[in-house]
Design a protein around this ligand. Structure first.
Ligand SMILES: Cc1ncc(COP(=O)(O)OP(=O)(O)O)c(N)n1
Ligand SMILES: Cc1nc(C(=O)O)sc1CCOP(=O)(O)O
Ligand SMILES: [Mg+2]
Length: 202
C-alpha cells in the first residue's frame, strides 16, 4: 500500500474469522475483519486467529474499529471510520508502525482524513448498500473521480454495493481498490464468487 507496496485491487471484508479462513485461500490478499457485537474476549480470540492465518497465507489483515486490540495483538493495519477517528490514538498507531485506512463520505471528511496521512481513504457508499443504514445516498462514479483528484497519491478504496459487473466502472473512475461484503457474503457459493472477484480485480 502507500509507501511500501501497491494497493491490492480486491479488498475483501468479512464478519468472522471462520469466513476469513474460508475465503482468503480463494485469492484475497487484503482482508478486513469487521466484527460487530462480540465480547472483548471473543474479539481478541478472532483477531489473533485472523492475524496468524493471514501471516501464514501471505494476506494483509485489516482490523476494523478495534485499534486498541490491534495494537495489543501486534496487528499491522486498522480501518477507522470518522467516529472511530475521534477516539483513536494516532500517535500510538504511528509509533507502533500500524497503518490505517480511513472512511470518508463528504469532502470535509476527506480533508480531515488526509490530514492523518492514511494508507488509504475509502469512499462510500458508491452504490446502494444492503449492509447497513447510512445517512449518505449512493455517491456515484463521478464522486469516485473527484475523490481520486483530491486524494492524489493516497490510494482510494471504493466501497458500497459493489459487484464484479461494477468493477470496470469503479476502476475506470479512479478507484485503486474495491471493497466488498454483501456480494460475496450472500452468494450461493461464496468461495467461487471470491475467485470471480479476484479474477475481475487482477
Ligand atoms: C474499506 C472500508 N471502508 C469503509 C468502512 C466503513 O467504516 P465505518 O464508517 O467505521 O463503519 P463500520 O464498518 O465500522 O460499520 C469499512 N469498514 N471499510
Ligand atoms: C461497511 C460499509 N461502509 C460504507 C461506507 O460508505 O463507509 S459502505 C459499507 C457497506 C459495504 O458493503 P457492501 O459490499 O455489502 O455494500
Ligand atoms: Mg468503524
Amino acid at each position: 500500500m502507500k509507501d511500501d507496496q501497491a494497493m491490492e485491487r480486491f479488498y475483501l471484508i468479512v464478519g468472522h474469522v471462520g469466513r476469513l479462513e474460508l475465503l482468503v485461500p480463494q485469492g484475497a490478499r487484503l482482508v478486513q475483519l469487521r466484527i460487530k457485537d462480540a465480547s472483548e474476549a471473543e474479539l481478541r480470540r478472532q483477531i489473533a486467529r485472523a492475524r496468524d492465518f493471514c501471516a501464514v497465507h501471505g494476506a494483509q489483515l485489516v482490523v476494523n474499529d478495534h485499534w486498541q486490540i490491534a495494537l495489543d495483538l501486534n496487528c499491522s493495519f486498522v480501518h477507522l471510520g470518522q467516529e472511530d477517528m475521534e477516539t483513536a490514538d494516532f500517535a500510538a498507531l504511528n509509533r507502533a508502525g500500524v497503518r490505517y485506512g480511513l472512511s470518508t463520505h463528504d469532502e470535509a471528511e476527506l480533508e480531515r482524513a488526509l490530514r492523518h496521512d492514511p494508507a488509504y481513504v475509502a469512499l462510500g457508499p458508491v452504490y446502494p448498500t444492503l449492509l447497513k443504514k447510512m445517512k449518505w445516498g449512493p455517491q456515484g462514479l463521478d464522486r469516485v473521480s473527484r475523490w481520486k483528484q483530491i486524494a492524489g497519491q493516497t490510494p482510494l478504496v471504493a466501497i458500497g454495493g459493489l459487484t464484479p459487473a461494477r468493477l470496470p466502472g469503479v476502476f475506470a473512475a479512479g478507484a485503486d481498490s474495491a471493497a466488498v461484503v454483501t456480494d460475496i457474503q450472500q452468494a450461493d457459493d461464496p468461495e467461487a464468487r471470491c475467485r470471480q472477484w479476484a479474477e475481475a480485480c487482477a
